[in-house]
Design a protein around this ligand. Structure first.
Ligand SMILES: Nc1ncnc2c1ncn2[C@@H]1O[C@H](COP(=O)(O)OP(=O)(O)OP(=O)(O)O)[C@@H](O)[C@H]1O
Length: 283
């Protein structure tokens, strides 16, 4: 499948939200589009799904069984999860009994919590997201378009989705998804593209790896604080040492030395409260 020279303007003479975008989407690959709020990710997905016609350019080779997970389901959905999946399964060509069975299996796998017979509008954000994912998966799509699919999911379901991506890849499905946190997609995507000012640039996959870590130590220290901080500052690879608002000691460490620094701070008797990728800002 290929998007060729796709441009979109929402208003005549207005800005190009998408500006001459060409993108190849091979079967059995997961392609991620990252970018800030309002950068046009959802617009790109709608064009790819055939829900919006581009102002110019074309989409070729789109598989005909498409699963689409919108950024969010409409807020006022009165249908229950069960009825909605039944209906969507029928729309996607399943027989009623198959739609019911498959819908139930998918909700089980995604670990839905809550009443599947209550209106979807009463479900929590994460559980509504599971329903949105399930409807897209019902009919065995050959093209899956997922708009921020991890949004609102708990850790367990996050992993289920990672597993699903691997399965779709193995089954030759074309997957296109958006995400605003590059770190989330780095492990799951075959290619990551950044959308900025309407243009798409492919990110080298290595770039998503953090260049450093912010390490926060456990128990707040009271005595000899400055001496302890001085000793930490002297460790090779430590870029800075500070305190957060809870008076926990925080280190910024280069990725190449992070294991050695962690081992050393543990050896010195500190406990580690948190390690986060990226060397910016301490909590
Ligand atoms: N139906 C519409 N009519 C007019 N402008 C629109 C419409 N839909 C989106 N836009 C504008 O197009 C731009 C891109 O929106 P889009 O929703 O595609 O971005 P996004 O990257 O998905 O954002 P987010 O990360 O916040 O979901 C925004 O400036 C938005 O205001």
């Amino acid at each position: 499948m290929r998007l060729e020279s796709v441009s979109v303007r929402y208003t005549r003479g207005g800005p190009r939200v998408l500006d001459d975008i060409t993108l190849d989407l091979a079967s059995g690959t997961v392609t991620a589009v990252v970018g800030g709020n309002g950068s046009g990710k959802s617009t790109l997905l709608k064009v790819a799904a055939g829900l919006r016609r581009p102002s110019s350019g074309s989409v070729r080779g789109r598989p005909d069984r498409i699963g689409y997970v919108p950024e969010r389901l409409p807020a006022n959905m009165r249908l229950s999860a069960r009825s909605y999946l039944l209906h969507m399964g029928r729309v996607q060509g399943l027989r009623t009994a198959d739609a019911a069975r498959r819908g139930g299996e998918l909700l089980d796998r995604l670990g839905i919590e809550g009443d599947v017979d209550a209106p979807i509008s009463t479900l929590s954000k994460g559980n509504a997201q599971k329903v949105a994912l399930a409807q897209a998966m019902l009919g065995g799509p050959r093209l899956l378009i997922l708009d921020e699919p991890w949004s609102g999911l708990d850790a367990r379901t996050h992993q289920v989705l990672v597993d699903c991506l691997a399965e779709w890849r193995a089954a030759g499905v074309v997957v296109l998804l958006t995400e605003h946190r590059p770190g989330t997609v780095a492990a799951s995507a075959d290619a990551v593209h950044r959308l900025h000012r309407g243009r798409l640039t492919e990110e080298a996959m290595g770039e998503a790896a953090p260049e450093g870590f912010a390490i926060t130590l456990g128990v707040p220290m009271v005595e000899d604080r400055s001496r302890v901080m001085e000793a930490l500052r002297a460790l090779p690879g430590v870029r800075s040492v500070g305190e957060n608002e809870r008076r926990r000691i925080c280190l910024e460490v280069g990725a190449d030395r992070s294991d050695a620094v962690l081992a050393e701070v543990l050896r010195q008797g500190h406990s580690v409260f948190e390690v986060r990728p990226g060397a910016g800002g301490h909590r």
